[in-house]
Design a protein around this ligand. Structure first.
Ligand SMILES: Cc1cc2nc3c(=O)[nH]c(=O)nc-3n(C[C@H](O)[C@H](O)[C@H](O)COP(=O)(O)O)c2cc1C
Length: 389
């Protein structure tokens, strides 16, 4: 038997709370705390419980060169367990874990980023219910439940005298910025015109020009900055209410300003969208939802095993989102971004190669409703006139 350790694995000592009937009979609340180690290997979907003995042995096996295990080696039973779990790979193995391990080796993730990304994805999470259960749904509840927050602006111990800066007259750009308010109320009766939809996509995700180096290295110039100019983030759209475009799942091609209809089995209905946005019904009515889905391998092709590359891609999602907000606001529409998303649900629908691609956020835009049902943060009353008293 020839084997090697999987490419990446981090070990975490974890305390879990479990319910035990016996603990209830003993007079407690039934909850017992269990301690153990889990192996976090990004090519596997789940943490793998691992014994101290298996950990120690795993640490002696190279992830790059093959180790031959003699037929009578005492570690054989442990090897079989770790192979079944996917933490070890056998030479010439054809299973899914082995294939994903091989893929991971080719994508050049930094190991900490790979683990962080793999194990922070949600599936089937109801973010609204979680806020209700944790009593953090309203600002008042948050204060009550979470206690005193860090201040809204820091009081720096090192700060010297303050220097007042001049107030500069605002212009049209300031007015645009002031109208940018995260939209949580959409008017489902009114479709977004095709020209507006096209303009928003072009401004945010479109390419202004291209620059070719040699045969196959092409840089696109866009309205947003991108680490290394590589523009790894793709825009997948759930179109719900746009003039002349059938509702469904699309991919926007930034290089050619075209929509590609995704050939998916998934029914792109209300339930699908609600799952995308973690049951945040206030976003599910948006005329268009945009999945920000990086092709990590594009950025990692240059920044290999780089400690900053995942952070760079995440920041780019913010640039795209802000540009979309401003483009939508300029067009008289509202926009949003949410990080409370069920990435795995979206990955399945888009059939993403989850080692090389992923989902970082969902944005969206559309006409604002005439009435605010879900709260928006507009203390100055720029969008929503303060109610008359
Ligand atoms: C990365 C990111 C994630 C966010 N996720 C959510 C979210 O899950 N749900 C939500 O209702 N708003 C979300 N927001 C919007 C914020 O709540 C909003 O920006 C904040 O309340 C300030 O309001 P404003 O955008 O109108 O200035 C998110 C904003 C950012 C930048």
């Amino acid at each position: 038997m020839r084997l090697r350790r999987c490419a990446m694995v981090l070990l975490e000592p974890r305390e879990t709370a479990a319910f035990r009937f016996e603990a209830l009979l003993d007079g407690g609340d039934g909850r017992v705390r269990e301690l153990g180690w889990v192996a976090l290997a990004p090519h596997l979907e789940q943490p793998v419980p691992i014994s101290a003995q298996a950990q120690a042995w795993l640490g002696t096996l190279s992830p790059s060169t093959w180790t031959t295990l003699a037929p009578d080696a005492p570690e054989r039973a442990m090897a079989r367990e770790l192979l079944a779990a996917g933490l070890l790979v056998e030479e010439d193995a054809t299973g899914e874990a082995a294939a994903r391990d091989a893929r991971l080796r080719g994508v050049h993730w930094h190991p900490l980023a790979a683990v962080m990304h793999a194990f922070s994805r949600w599936d089937g999470v109801d973010a609204v219910r979680n806020m209700q259960d944790s009593e953090t749904e309203t600002a008042g509840q948050m204060r009550q439940t979470l206690g005193e927050p860090p201040r809204e602006a820091p009081q720096l111990a090192m700060a010297g005298p303050r220097l007042a800066l001049p107030e500069v007259d605002g212009n049209a750009f300031d007015a645009l910025l002031a109208r940018r308010v995260t939209c949580r109320n959409f008017d489902t009766d009114r479709p977004v015109p095709l020209a507006t939809f096209a303009q928003l996509l072009q401004r945010t995700f479109g390419s202004r020009s291209r620059f070719k180096v040699g045969e196959d290295l092409v840089f696109l110039k866009k309205n947003v900055p991108s680490g290394g100019g590589l523009h790894p983030i793709e825009a997948y759209l759930v179109v719900q209410n746009v003039e002349g475009i059938a509702p469904g799942l699309y991919h926007y091609r930034g290089d050619s300003h075209e929509l590609e209809r995704m050939q998916t089995e998934a029914a792109v209905d209300r339930d699908f969208v609600m799952q995308m946005v973690g049951q945040q019904h206030w976003f599910a009515d948006a005329h268009v939802l945009v999945v920000l889905a990086p092709r990590f391998e594009r950025t990692f092709w240059k920044y290999r095993q780089h400690a900053k590359s995942y952070r760079v891609v995440a920041m780019e999602a913010g640039h795209l989102s802000q540009t979309l907000y401003l483009a939508a606001t300029d067009a008289g529409l509202g926009a949003f971004i949410t990080g409370a998303i069920n990435e795995k649900h979206i990955e399945r629908a888009l059939q993403l190669d989850t080692i090389a691609e992923g989902v970082l956020a969902v944005c969206g835009f559309g006409w604002r409703a005439g009435q605010m049902t879900t709260t928006e943060l507009d203390p100055a009353g720029v969008i929503w006139q303060p109610a008359a008293v």
